[in-house]
Design a protein around this ligand. Structure first.
Ligand code: ADP
Ligand code: ADP
Length: 228
């Protein structure tokens, strides 16, 4: 079964009398080990799609199966648990807590998951070493460069061993050299088996993925790689 399966997914925002159809009949299957980029101009529905994939929002029509589970049947608590346990998130603006060091930031999702202190520390050190930050674990976000902050965020996204890594414009705040370093990390993680979906409006960044789909006026079409 696919890790992610969207079937006929649509999303309509209703604001007063005005209805905006942000997504229309979206069908996406992502299998374990896949690396998918979702491209598209501003207003095309990428954030709406990301919110649905990330279980922050639900489709108005259609079905979302995550690891075989129909997301529509889950309550908010179950969704929060799935977000923390099965998904890893990387954002454009890093979303690190500023007052605690890299280790503590990376340990957070494991606190939510109920892991013990020793295991949390072990896994956080391992993940930070994996992204090349062995020498920066005790630094706070404001003592780090953008690229280093994004590495911390990637380590945080991985520590609960997610089924799927969701990255929303992960290089949007980085210069091109640092962007390449970050994309190289995603590439290596994918080569090791991590399933990745990345949202970007930059073709150079999308080119790292195995498959690219384009979002336009709420519709998603295949661009690169074979159809399922
Ligand atoms: P993108 O991320 O590609 O810029 P979005 O998913 O943010 O696209 O938006 C897709 C469409 O849905 C746009 O027309 C946008 O104005 C509309 N939209 C997005 N969020 C909302 C919302 N919360 N309420 C009403 N309309 C929205
Ligand atoms: P809840 O509905 O239980 O309050 P949230 O929607 O706040 O859950 O968070 C859902 C998941 O997002 C959490 O389980 C956690 O993994 C992640 N999360 C929330 N806040 C943070 C944060 N500051 N740092 C890292 N992860 C966070």
């Amino acid at each position: 079964i696919p890790s992610v399966c969207l079937e006929g997914v649509g999303k309509t925002y209703q604001t007063g009398a005005v209805a905006v159809e942000a997504l229309k009949d979206v069908n996406i299957s992502v299998y374990a080990g896949d690396y998918l980029a979702i491209m598209g101009p501003s207003g095309s529905g990428k954030s709406t799609l990301m919110n649905i994939l990330g279980c922050l929002d639900r489709p108005t029509v259609g079905r979302y199966l995550l690891d075989g589970l129909d997301v529509a049947t889950l309550d908010d608590r179950q969704l929060a648990r799935i977000r923390n346990g099965k998904l890893g998130f990387v954002f454009q603006n890093f979303q690190l807590l500023p007052r605690i060091d890299a280790l503590s930031n990376v340990e957070l999702p494991m606190i939510y998951a109920g892991l013990g202190a020793r295991e949390r520390r072990r896994r956080a050190e391992e993940a930070l070493t994996r992204v090349g930050l062995a020498e920066r674990m005790r630094h706070k976000p404001n003592e780090m460069s953008g690229g280093q902050k994004q590495r911390v965020a990637i380590a945080r996204a991985l520590v609960n061993r997610p089924l799927l890594l969701l990255a929303d414009e992960p290089t949007g705040n980085l210069d091109s050299k640092t962007s390449i370093e970050i994309m190289d990390i995603f590439q290596a993680l994918n080569a090791e088996g991590t399933t990745i979906i990345i949202i970007t409006h930059e073709p150079d960044i999308a080119a790292y993925a195995k498959r690219v789909v384009t979002c336009r006026d709420g519709r998603v079409t295949q661009r690169k790689g074979e159809a399922e």
